[in-house]
Design a protein around this ligand. Structure first.
Ligand code: NDP
Length: 335
């Protein structure tokens, strides 16, 4: 069983040397346990926060242990009546080829149906990132038909579920993404009404002017994934009583400061700005997953994936994700 451990903590930017590839035997199963062979690992921005030894909403990743993370795979051996060999499952198996799971632990392993939804999408649009988009849009932005909603990192795992959900609620959906290919894909495949390439703009004022063109009636709801210049550009375009779902600030995860030029706009426009952690809202997951599964199953949402091959490729793929090299949900394929 090849595994990737967190070997040491980053000083500033995360580097490949923070990780270590090792090989171990999988332990024999005890009663109630199952052995899962992972098909895909999920790489997610939150893992960067856990590499630090600082207080955050999630406990730090312990040193010398397998990097934690979401996985999908197949049960290959079972000593639990709840799972049979061949079951397709989603869990938190970590950066390794196999995991031994206590099947009785609530939420540890969930069977999934791959008839209409490919297994890997349970780590993306029909998994945690999709539910994240759903929660921020539906519960925080609370959009009304005819309103304009905007998302940053629009083609990423979270952002790519946003347009389909917003269009289903009668909204104008505008994306912000890095580069012409991502913007073209956002409009042509994901269903955004417009997508702004922030890399064409050197400062917030210029990006803000481009947003004005794409959002002629202003912005009623903003789903923030990035922070920094992008948030600075969006704030002046927010309509009175607009809502901002603060989901992530990836531009600052490697330690860069994220200045905000005009915070008083939050007051003058009477905005609601709310941060949230999707795992604290398990009550919405069934409803959200049902809608997302239907969107994917009916072809209304066709999420793209960036797939790295083999466990040894995980660290570089993860570092690339933090720099926007991924185009769609970042996965590592193991078999
Ligand atoms: P993505 O698949 O969107 O990948 C990250 C994307 O962020 C990159 O592709 C890139 O897109 C963009 N990006 C990276 N670095 C920068 C930068 N310096 N400036 C601007 N954009 C950058 O990741 P996810 O969809 O998994 O996550 C998106 C956000 O949601 C993250 O901030 C994450 O932490 C957050 N999140 C929060 C959760 C919660 O519960 N609050 C749950 C899940 C995710 P581009 O090339 O377009 O810039």
């Amino acid at each position: 069983n090849q595994q990737i451990l967190l070997d040491n903590r980053p000083a500033g930017e995360a580097v490949a040397g923070n990780f270590k590839l090792v090989s171990n035997e999988t332990p024999a199963l005890q009663d109630g346990q199952v052995l899962v062979r992972h098909h895909f690992l999920s790489l997610d921005p939150y893992m960067r926060g856990r590499m630090n030894d600082s207080k955050s909403y999630a406990a730090p990743q312990p040193l010398g242990q397998v990097m934690q993370g979401g996985t999908v795979g197949e049960v290959v051996e079972s000593r639990s009546p709840k799972f049979q060999p061949g079951d397709k499952v989603v869990g938190m198996g970590g950066w390794q080829q196999y995991s031994v799971v206590n099947a009785g632990q609530p939420g540890a392993l969930r069977k999934v149906d791959t008839t209409h939804v490919p297994l890997s999408h349970y780590l993306g649009a029909v998994g945690m990132p999709g539910v994240t988009a759903w929660y921020g849009l539906v519960k925080i932005i609370e959009p009304q038909a005819g309103q304009t909603v905007v998302v940053s990192a629009a083609t990423g795992a979270v952002g790519s579920a946003f347009a389909a959900l917003a269009k289903a609620r009668g909204c104008r959906a505008v994306g912000i993404a890095g580069g012409p290919d991502k913007c073209k894909y956002a409009v042509e495949e994901l269903g955004f009404d417009a997508c702004i390439d922030y890399k064409l703009h050197n400062d917030a004022a210029s990006l803000s002017a481009a947003l004005e063109g794409a959002c002629p009636k202003g912005i009623d709801g903003y789903f923030e994934n990035v922070g920094g210049m992008v948030l600075d550009a969006v704030l002046p375009r927010m309509n009175d009583f607009g809502r901002i779902a603060l989901c992530g600030m990836i531009a600052g995860y490697d330690g860069k400061p994220l200045p905000l030029s005009h915070p008083a706009l939050i007051l003058t426009a009477r905005l609601k700005l709310q941060g949230f952690i999707v795992s604290e809202h398990m009550e919405v997951w069934p409803e959200a997953l049902k809608e997302l599964g239907t969107l994917v199953g009916t072809g209304k949402l066709r999420p793209r994936e960036s797939v790295a091959q083999g466990i040894e490729a995980a660290p570089e793929a993860f570092l690339g994700l933090l720099k926007g090299k991924n185009f769609g949900k970042q996965l590592v394929k193991l078999i």
